[in-house]
Design a protein around this ligand. Structure first.
Ligand code: SF4
Ligand code: SF4
Length: 374
């Protein structure tokens, strides 16, 4: 299997990948839903952190625990857990983010039946000295909980090694994004989406090998790739699990060249100081300085400024907001983000998505209309 084929196959069946790791290595695996889960510390404990993206099937069992107006990521994740689709997990980690994730944590602990359960109650406000110290204390407590649960001591050297591994992954993901922005025609429309999914699911050393080989291969043909002449778009929002969106945008005459998604650039932004004397402080510092999610607070206009800066830096013609239905944090931020883009004269379009993609032709018409206006 080529690296590109592996990324696609992991995207198609992340649970299948997790199950095969479990069967072949017996390794402990912890699921997580959010880019604030401290993956470096989980990995330093010898555990595979594996991101959960909600279900691809019908949601029925979760409806007995959660209102239908919770986002489909939360409802779908619980559905998979209750159906036994995540039977390869040893447990899950819930960082403090939006209300839905916090309440899911309680319901999960009581009903999902896994051996281990962790809450990492990170601070909401990220721009004070006391928040930094609090974050370091929470990360330290999380390490102690992992040690107790899995019986492995986590040394600073383990954390530093995990930091190096994830730094390299983030560097390679950034290189993929930079190459796509330069030469979008080199990639199939959904290829980067498959890569990002694989990055958050695969064993880090295996992913690093594959992504390095992939970049070597695709980079060598970059010089010959013609420019596509299509409009350049950036996606913004929370989680995106619909590769169809990329295909539809391509059919509408546009390339996605960058994003501000928690399953995209927000996952790889920011490197962590390597070989730091206090590696937990180094991990905390990335969370404090990384572009912020709407469930956290850095300063009132940080997200707006970041979006406009990224759009200008990447030379995009417009921004498409992918709004997961019932995601309050992103919905609350949208009006002010749109205002920021309007003031910078960057056109934008809002699309509401669910766990199941919206009807293709209907969405295509909206995207075509938007692209035609650019
Ligand atoms: S948008 Fe941010 S807070 Fe919400 S799930 Fe994604 S990373 Fe977590
Ligand atoms: S931030 Fe939004 S999409 Fe993410 S878990 Fe919370 S409500 Fe769902």
């Amino acid at each position: 299997m080529t690296p590109a084929e592996r990324f696609r196959s992991v995207w198609r069946d992340p649970a299948g990948y997790g199950r095969s790791v479990k069967q072949e290595t017996g390794r402990s695996i912890l699921g997580f839903f959010c880019s604030y889960a401290p993956v470096e510390l989980i990995y330093a404990a010898g555990i595979l952190p594996l991101r959960l993206f909600g279900t691809r099937g019908e949601i029925s069992l979760a409806d007995t625990h959660l209102q239908s107006y919770c986002c489909s990521l939360v409802r779908g994740g619980l559905e998979d857990a209750l159906k036994g689709n995540l039977d390869f997990l040893d447990g899950a980690v819930f960082p403090h983010t939006c209300d839905s994730i916090q309440r899911l944590s309680d319901i999960w602990r009581l009903n999902a039946g896994f051996a281990h359960h962790f809450d990492a109650v990170l601070p909401v406000k990220l721009n004070t000295q006391s928040a930094r110290q609090y974050m370091i204390d929470v990360l330290s407590g999380f390490c102690r909980e992992l040690e107790t649960a899995f019986g492995k001591q986590i040394r600073d050297a383990d954390i530093n090694a995990a930091i190096c591994a994830y730094n390299q992954i983030r560097k390679q993901l950034k290189a993929v994004y930079a190459l796509r922005s330069q030469k979008p025609g080199l990639f199939e429309p959904s290829a980067v989406h498959w890569i990002m999914t694989a990055a958050m699911v695969m064993e880090p050393a295996a992913f690093l090998r594959d992504i390095t080989a992939f970049l070597d291969q695709i980079g060598s043909s970059a010089g010959d790739a013609p420019q596509t002449g299509r409009k350049r778009l950036m996606l913004a929002g929370g989680i995106c699990t619909h590769p169809d969106v990329y295909d539809l945008l391509a059919r509408a005459g546009a390339d996605v060249v960058w994003d501000d998604l928690c399953t995209g650039a927000r996952y790889f932004e920011g490197t962590i100081a390597e070989d730091a004397k206090d590696p937990l402080a180094a991990v905390a510092d990335r969370y404090l300085s990384r572009s912020v999610c709407p469930a956290k607070h850095a300063d009132i206009t940080a997200r707006g400024r970041h979006l406009v800066d990224a759009a200008r830096e990447q030379g995009v013609d417009g921004v498409v907001f992918l709004q997961l239905k019932f995601c309050d944090p992103h919905a609350f931020d949208y009006p002010y983000l749109k205002q920021f883009l309007d003031s910078a004269q960057i056109p934008s379009l809002l699309i509401e998505i669910e766990d199941q993609p919206p009807p293709g032709e209907q969405l295509l018409t909206r995207l075509e209309t938007f692209v035609d206006m650019l």
